[in-house]
Write a protein that binds this ligand. Structure first.
Ligand code: LMR
Length: 317
């Protein structure tokens, strides 16, 4: 519900869709019992929408897609083992990957949001073998935005004056929010984050744990997981895929690890700093990594390897 508004007013694919005669089609692939929600979409009458197609049929929802945002997943319920959660989600993302394979354009850009987002994304990619794995990504922009705003609040500047934070790894509490390459614009000049914040203990301690635990803190406060901030992050992520990242800036997203970049194991969806141009992402290379960062990057990679190895045992089932 929070996401539709951003797409509808042009925050993702642009506001010139009508001028360019590329109106938006929105396929809402709800389970049948939720189709009623569409009553909330129709009255909005956003001019960018050419058509809204409410459907619970894969062959309608996935047909000729250019962009797919896979938001839903099976949430963890009380008493549920992590393994059971993975099993349920492998079934969902295997079927969504197969539907993409069968019906979507081979150029489709797929953003996976439902948790565990990285591993769900990997399963969807593996289930759509004729779509390049580079077309799949998962959301860590939410964590990236959280890291940016934590630094901004600490420095008393708007978040737009903080750039190049990095989220490494899994969208889970093992993620590593890294500010070693972050710049804060203060009084007109770009300062290294450590010089701007002037509190190394906070940056190496509470800052990291706050960002890592933010999702859980939102759930504890609202009894529901994040919605508005997640929707904003989804819009930011997909907009950057569509239109590219600004010169000199990078963003974080979970992407397919295939070339041992930064020593990260292959065949994972791992969050890296990326530049995007012409709808292609490229991992920012050559960033110096100190021992502090190395240990945290490896720990989150180890969790992803374990998740993947458990998930793939369910793939053939
Ligand atoms: C978030 O980071 O806010 C969510 O991914 C948390 C969750 O588990 O839904």
């Amino acid at each position: 519900y929070s996401l539709l508004f951003g797409i509808a007013k042009g925050d993702v694919f642009g506001k010139d869709q009508v001028k360019g005669r590329k109106k938006l089609w929105l396929d809402l692939h709800y389970v049948t019992s939720q189709l009623i929600l569409l009553g909330l979409v129709y009255p909005c009458l956003f001019h960018l929408f050419s058509e809204v197609i409410p459907t619970d049929k894969e062959e309608v929802a996935f047909k000729d897609l250019d962009a797919a945002i896979l938001v839903g997943s099976m949430p963890r319920r009380e008493g549920m083992e992590r393994k059971d959660l993975l099993k349920a989600n492998v079934a969902i993302f295997k079927s969504q990957g197969a539907a993409l394979e069968k019906y979507a354009k081979k150029t489709v850009k797929v953003l996976v949001v439902g948790n565990p987002a990285n591993t769900n994304c990997l399963i969807a990619a593996k289930s759509a073998p004729s779509i390049p794995k580079e077309n799949f990504s998962c959301l860590t922009r939410l964590d990236h935005n959280r890291a940016r705003s934590q630094v901004a609040m600490r420095c008393g500047v708007p978040a737009t004056q903080v750039k190049n934070v990095i989220i490494w790894g899994n969208h889970s509490s093992t993620q590593y929010p890294d500010v070693h390459h972050c710049k804060v614009n203060m009084a007109g000049s770009d300062l290294a984050c450590f010089d701007a914040v002037k509190d190394d203990d906070w940056l190496k301690g509470a800052f990291i744990s706050t960002v890592q635990q933010r999702g859980a803190a939102v759930i504890a406060a609202r009894k529901l997981s994040s919605a508005m901030s997640a929707a904003k992050a989804i819009c930011d992520h997909m907009r950057d895929i569509w239109s590219g990242t600004p010169e000199g800036e990078f963003v974080s997203m979970g992407v397919y690890s295939s070339s041992n970049s930064y020593g990260v194991a292959e065949d994972l969806i791992y969050s890296f700093p990326v530049h995007i141009k012409d709808k292609q992402w490229k991992i920012v290379d050559g960033l110096a990594i100190n021992d502090f960062s190395r240990g945290k990057m490896d720990a989150t990679a180890a969790e992803l390897v374990e998740e993947r190895d458990t998930a793939v045992t369910f793939l053939s089932a």
